[in-house]
Design a protein around this ligand. Structure first.
Ligand code: MGD
Ligand code: MGD
Ligand code: SF4
Ligand code: MO
Length: 771
């Protein structure tokens, strides 16, 4: 875990050269030798480096992706010294990806925020006390509200904090501080799946359990690069003993596509037409489950009518998939006994993503592939606690999937919390992009970002940054003062990260898992939970939130809030209960006895709409708002680059090990034919330009990208300078994976400036804007 020492220095005390040489050759002791000594680790760990031998271990959930692997933390004197994947944890069964292995190391970094930072009259951020930070935060936010009304300040949070912190923030901001608008980075990520499920099933409920990866005989992966984005879920696929047919639907020949039985390299955004065409064949052949449709769904007949226009040959131009291949895939789905459909950002991040997600839900419903082992219409979540934020952050819904605009829901929540119902806003929050539009209109003037880094991750960066800079007050709560958004802030609040605080996460299969404090946060950094409590006290609403005294106390409140909703987890006694069971999936109503370790939803065919039936929802495909044209002839795809990079890289760039596993600077993948035509050689520096900006990148010439398309990973700040801000009309999720660009080789001096190596560039998340 610690960085290997590569060179052993000869002892300076050696008196003579000959002694030094002898020592060099025969040295039996030294830094390196010490580092290599191993010892029985005990606690079932096998051998471990002797100097990291633990005196205790504890298990907690990983803090990066939504897989939610269990990690065994090795402790010495109560502090984490090392970790290894937990063999008994039902999610990962002893496996972890590079990020999990390095999770502790990214906590120690020179750019950790260790004190609050306040922008002074000189325009610079300087350290300040918590006391000043709190009074500044409250005074400035309150002054804006006094002048411009309660709706003039808003917050934007995250799927990467424990549910307890998300929920306390939701109560503080909306019931305490009087904010109406608050959204999160979950909008960039999961809003489409959440909306699709709500409309189709009546509740935001991914139905699967990871065991389904092992039980299917047909696995359809849509817009999901599981091998690098969810490597341990992919490992679960590899454990499947049914020799499953794996069908990958992705414009690129991704790592996952290469490992599939069949890859459909569809034209970007050809999904809706393709899934309607597959459904058309199923309907035409009578390959449907009539009994299931009659008993458990509504709207199939209208859907069947809609499908008539989507014969495979009628949509081939739009999908780029030969009709025979569509027939073949329909046949595979028909023959499969346990067919599961999985999707991730290739679906969610689309201007028509909600309907695409529902076109997959429709396929599962019409073939009766739901509620049985190895089946389902399954959205894979992204961030460690995306599911917690979807249900309990008080952003897109009132706690537990309730509705701000429903009086009974508000009164219920007020009753559970023992607060005055009038404190609960009567309207839903604006979605993220409309909050930014209100900033543009001068109506929102104070913003508070918590655990998200939009100055890198939001689309159309020049515009996004201009909006952030136009604010009267920008507060950023982050682990690292170097985070791109923190660098623009008026006030930076230093936060403890994963491993430095307590709480629970909800993973992709609805499993609640615990995280624990196994390390001291650096300097004066505080857990987000403590920061929210400090703000509550200073704002004057501490009393109202007095029951939220600790994460575990907040967990008790959440249990009460979950009662009466599909995600009822009031049967979970406490953190220890989660710990003993390797996490517990919702629902888990009280009493918990008899609740199985692995569960999927809808086994009884009852969905969450009042009539118990799932809905068929559909619309015709719409046109891409910015298709390639003469000036910008390529379509830019974006997404994850490697298993070792996390989002805006504030965390993963801090690990020397991870830095060796990915390219240091931004690159663009170009098809060999296109490269030839554009005169671009492998590794050459190129300009990639869209209508919104131009960035320099290194060309990776590769046949994994189709002609006419380019791919850039989202982990580099350059990528979102090119993307176009446009959104799904139902979910308001950004469509990050389609905009028109052009590419040209850089000529002259700049071409010769070599790319820095990974180790020379410790932080790629730093902006190169020069602002
Ligand atoms: N290593 C690593 N793992 C991660 C993350 C990370 O940053 N790094 N982030 C986590 C998070 S928050 C998320 S949301 C997930 C994302 O996980 P994924 O969604 O699997 O990752 P992406 O690469 O964004 O997108 C998946 C694929 O969509 C394809 N795609 C683009 N356009 C289309 C289209 O029109 N149709 C179809 N069918 N496919 C298309 C892209 O080519 C890409 O291969 O990963 C999680 N895991
Ligand atoms: N072009 C393009 N853009 C994309 C995507 C894409 O595919 N293409 N994907 C989108 C998706 S799916 C997502 S999820 C977003 C992710 O976008 P972001 O949320 O902006 O990305 P992160 O780098 O995860 O930012 C998290 C921030 O929180 C900080 N942090 C970490 N832990 C803690 C904590 O415990 N407390 C506090 N206070 N701070 C903490 C980190 O240092 C970091 O600055 O990006 C989106 N942007
Ligand atoms: S797969 Fe996800 S949860 Fe598992 S170790 Fe890797 S980052 Fe952590
Ligand atoms: Mo995400």
């Amino acid at each position: 875990m610690t960085e290997p020492v590569l060179k052993a220095k000869p002892r300076r005390t050696a008196p003579k050269l000959v002694g030094q040489v002898r020592n060099l050759i025969h040295q039996r002791d030294g830094v390196l030798t010490h580092d290599l000594v191993r010892a029985p680790g005990e606690f079932g760990l096998g051998q471990v480096p002797a100097k990291l031998k633990p005196d205790a271990t504890t298990t907690m959930t990983c803090g990066f992706c939504s897989t939610g692997c269990g990690l065994n933390i090795h402790l010495r004197d109560g502090q984490a010294v090392n970790l290894s994947p937990a063999t008994e944890y039902p999610v990962n069964l002893g496996m972890a990806c590079p990020k999990g292995w390095e999770a502790l190391n990214v906590l120690d970094a020179p750019d950790r925020a260790t004190t609050p930072l306040l922008r002074g009259a000189d325009g610079r951020l300087s350290p300040t006390s918590w006391d000043t930070a709190m009074s500044t935060f409250c005074d400035r936010m309150q002054a804006i509200q006094r002048q411009h009304g309660p709706e003039s300040v808003a917050f934007l949070s995250t799927g990467q904090m424990p549910t307890e912190e998300q929920a306390l923030l939701g109560a503080l901001a909306k019931f305490g501080m009087g904010m109406v608008h608050g959204d999160g980075n979950t909008r960039q990520c999961m809003a489409t799946a959440a909306t699709a499920y709500k409309q189709s099933f009546g509740y935001d409920a991914p139905p699967f359990t990871y065991q389904d990866f092992e039980e299917s005989d047909v696995i359809v992966l849509v817009g999901s690069n599981l091998c690098i984005a969810h490597p341990i879920m992919w490992e679960r696929v590899l454990r499947n003993r049914n020799r499953p047919k794996i069908i990958v639907i992705d414009p690129r020949s991704t790592e996952t596509a290469m490992a599939a039985s069949k890859h459909l390299p569809l034209k970007p955004k050809g999904d809706l037409a393709l899934f309607y065409a597959i459904a058309h064949v199923l309907a035409r052949q009578g390959w449907i489950d009539r009994d299931f449709l009659d008993a458990h769904t509504t709207g199939y007949d209208g859907f069947a009518q809609h499908l008539q226009a989507y014969a495979p040959n009628a949509v081939a131009a739009r999908t780029g998939i030969a009709p025979a291949l569509v027939e073949e895939v329909a046949d595979v789905i028909h023959r499969g006994e346990r067919v599961s459909f999985w999707w991730t950002m290739g679906v969610n991040q689309s201007y028509e993503g909600t309907r695409v997600a529902q076109s997959l839900i429709n396929l599962a419903l019409m073939t009766g592939n739901i509620g049985r082992p190895g089946t389902g219409a399954n959205s894979i979540t992204g961030q460690a606690n995306a599911m917690g934020s979807r249900l309990f952050s008080n952003t897109t819904c009132l706690y537990g999937g309730r509705d701000f605009e429903n009086r009974a829901d508000r009164e219920h929540v007020a009753g559970v919390l023992g607060i005055d119902g009038a404190r609960i806003p009567t309207q839903n929050s604006l979605p993220y992009h409309q909050i930014l539009e209100r900033v543009r209109a001068g109506k929102i003037r104070g913003l508070w970002f918590i655990c998200t880094n939009p100055a890198h991750s939001w689309s159309q960066q020049a515009d996004a940054r201009a909006l952030l800079k136009s604010l009267d007050f920008l507060a950023v709560q982050d682990m690292y003062h170097s985070a791109d958004t923190a660098a623009l802030a008026d006030l930076v609040l230093p936060a403890a990260g994963w491993g430095e605080k307590e709480g629970t996460f909800i993973n992709s299969e609805r499993r609640l898992g615990v995280i624990k404090k196994v390390k001291q946060a650096p300097g004066e950094a505080l857990s987000d939970f403590s920061i929210f409590r400090l703000i509550a006290d200073r704002w004057g609403c501490g009393e109202m939130l007095s029951e939220w005294s600790s994460p575990e106390a907040a967990f008790e409140i959440l249990k009460r809030l979950s009662v009466g909703t599909p995600c009822d987890f009031s049967g979970i006694e406490n953190y220890l209960h989660l710990d003993r069971n390797g996490g517990i999936q919702w629902p888990c109503p009280a009493p918990a006895e008899g609740v199985a370790g692995q569960r999927r939803l809808f086994e009884d065919g009852r969905f969450y709409h009042a009539d118990g039936r799932a809905r068929f929802l559909f619309d015709p495909p719409t046109d891409m708002p910015e298709p390639p044209d003469r000036d910008y002839p390529y379509l830019l795809l974006t997404g994850r680059g490697t298993a070792s990079q996390w989002h805006t890289q504030t965390r993963t760039s801090k690990s020397a090990v991870l830095r060796k596993l990915y390219p240091a600077g931004v690159y663009v993948e170009v098809n060999p034919g296109d490269a030839r035509r554009e005169g671009v050689r492998p590794q050459q520096r190129v300009w990639v330009a869209s209508r919104r900006g131009r960035v320099a990148a290194t060309a990776y010439v590769t046949p994994t990208i189709r002609p006419g398309q380019l791919f850039m990973p989202m982990h580099y700040p350059e990528t979102n300078r090119l993307t176009l801000s446009h959104f799904d009309p139902h979910s308001h999720q950004p469509s990050y994976k389609d905009c028109a660009v052009r590419i040209e080789a850089i000529r002259g001096a700049e071409q010769r400036s070599p790319q820095k190596t990974a180790t020379e560039a410790p932080s790629v998340s730093r902006s190169t804007y020069g602002d």
